[in-house]
Ligand binder design. Sequence first.
Ligand code: FVH
Length: 293
Amino acid sequence: TANTPLTTPVSLLGLGAMGTALARAWLAAGHPLTVWNRTPARAEALVAEGAKAADGAAGAVAASDLVVVCLLDDDSVGTALDGVDLAGKDLVNLTTTTPEQARARAAWAEERGARYLDGGIMAVPPMVGVPEAGGFVFYSGSPEVFEARREVLAVPVGTRYVGEDPGFAALHDIALLSAMYGMFAGVAHAFALIRREDIDPVAFAPLLGEWIPAMAGPAVRQTAERLKSGDLTTGVVSNLAMQVAGTPTFLAAAEGQGVSTELLRPYFDLMRRRLDIGSGEEDLTGVVDLLLR
Ligand code: FVH
């Protein structure tokens, strides 16, 4: 059946860092694997490891009912699959795209007779094929494809299906990665603050590394609960009025250390705007809806 992992042929288009890691995981699990890459040399090592290299994208697609693409962006998917016969295929697109691009690509694939599943990879290549690393892929789109292919798709990294809307995997992916960039911004600012002092960044790192999850876990949960209930004030520990009152201290401390405030100011401005229209007894949840246009 389609769900028999060791016997399901897979065609994989795209052998960049991520595609190559995916290929190795499927090969290690014993799948017949056909690969294609725009630059053919990137397939050579995988052929030595047991993959079959197709001459072109059309040949790779023709080789298996399950076709996985992991290319640079949505444009490269359109270019690679232009004119390729997708009829009867299960097309799984692991390329990072916007939700709108994923929805359009799903309609495009279905017009060509394929069933479509979109994926957003929450892992970096060294996490692929290493279950204990905790990587996974958000999937959305055809529930039939997900059910039929889930065991094969779970070989490289875990799977999390987030709905029939083909844009949801990309939306979850981008949401988590956007939060990650906000976190990276905070980390950059913190290291900049200590940069010119006699403070060892390696000794400072565990303080920061433990502080972030200690704050993030409760904050994420409480924000979600408040967004759902609409109650922004009950049980607030560190209220908005107190936090806004503290922002000049953070800005002055940065100036004093010779550090730009350009990463902090946009968030502080939103906190101030929320205080102006909301209540000082709230927490920071009110900032979320200020971002909605
Ligand atoms: N690597 C990572 O850490 C992240 C983890 C999370 C998910 N991303 C996304 O995965 C997609 C692929 O990423 P990648 O790391 O494999 O990317 P590259 O190593 O840069 O390889 C890009 C492949 O795309 C091919 N390609 C580019 N443009 C075209 C085109 N116009 N037509 C056909 N193929 C194209 C490229 O081919 P080549 O340069 O070797 O000929 C590579 O196979 C991506 O969406 C990440 O955001 C990775």
